[in-house]
Write a protein that binds this ligand. Structure first.
Ligand SMILES: N[C@@H](CCC(=O)N[C@@H](CS)C(=O)NCC(=O)O)C(=O)O
Length: 228
């Protein structure tokens, strides 16, 4: 049986989607973010030292396997259970496999960092600090955002938009684990108003994700998720 250590409003929602696409049975253990800090609870550290979600365990093959990192989880699920599914299993050594690997890594490796920086510096601007610090904190945050973070995000989104032109999914007509991995940063970007009318391909891509029956089932099972 596969168990998902699932934090509300988080990247682990996409693992539930993946499991639904693969038609697998699984159990969800739920964790709630702290309302103020948004951090996960201490109990997640008992699952994995970093205390992050998602983490899965799988004892389906006789031994207890634990996997953290959503990209690694998606790769594991695909390799172990994906062959007969409707998701693409790219042939080794093909361009399709290189594209699959690229988008699988791009999601956390390139796209999430500036999105996270944006979130952090937006919070710095709103932070409760002594009144004489506030204008300085705001000025520093605005400078980092305008000179580094926002241009980076624009460049990444422009690139994604071009890459999705004329395509249903990142690899073409068929859904893959790479799409599932890309869903979280694109959904959160959408929800935060970053995907405006300059990005029609990303807009319809995110809408398409939300129409997937397996996605909808995962959403029902996962509980509160603000990005769908
Ligand atoms: N690169 C990791 C990131 C994991 C991660 O940061 N998860 C967030 C949820 S979206 C988390 O657990 N946050 C709670 C915390 O940091 O306390 C992955 O993709 O699995």
């Amino acid at each position: 049986m596969i168990t998902v250590h699932h934090l509300n409003n988080s990247r682990s929602q996409r693992i539930l989607w993946m499991l639904e696409e693969l038609n697998l049975e699984y159990k969800i253990i739920r964790y709630e973010r702290d309302v103020k800090t948004l951090l996960g609870p201490e109990s997640l550290r008992k699952v994995h030292p970093l205390g992050k979600s998602p983490v899965i365990t799988d004892n389906g093959r006789g031994e207890q396997i634990l996997i953290a990192e959503s990209g690694a989880i998606i790769e594991y699920l695909m390799q172990t259970y994906g062959k007969k599914s409707s998701l693409i299993t790219p042939e080794t050594g093909t361009q399709e496999e290189r594209d699959y690997s690229y988008w699988l890594h791009f999601s956390e490796g390139s796209l999430m960092s500036p999105l996270l920086l944006r979130l952090i510096f937006d919070r710095v601007k709103k932070a409760r600090v002594p009144f004489f610090v506030k204008p300085i904190a705001k000025a520093v945050a605005d400078k980092v955002l305008s000179e580094f973070v926002n241009p980076n995000i624009k460049c990444l989104l422009d690139f994604i938009e071009t890459s999705l032109e004329g395509k249903k999914w990142f690899l073409g007509d068929q859904l893959s684990g790479a799409d599932i991995q890309m869903s979280f940063p694109l959904e959160t970007s959408f929800a935060r108003g970053l995907i405006d009318d300059h990005y029609p391909c990303i807009q319809s891509y995110v809408e398409r994700i939300h129409q997937q029956p397996a996605y909808k089932t995962a959403l029902k099972k996962g509980g509160k998720y603000d990005y769908a």
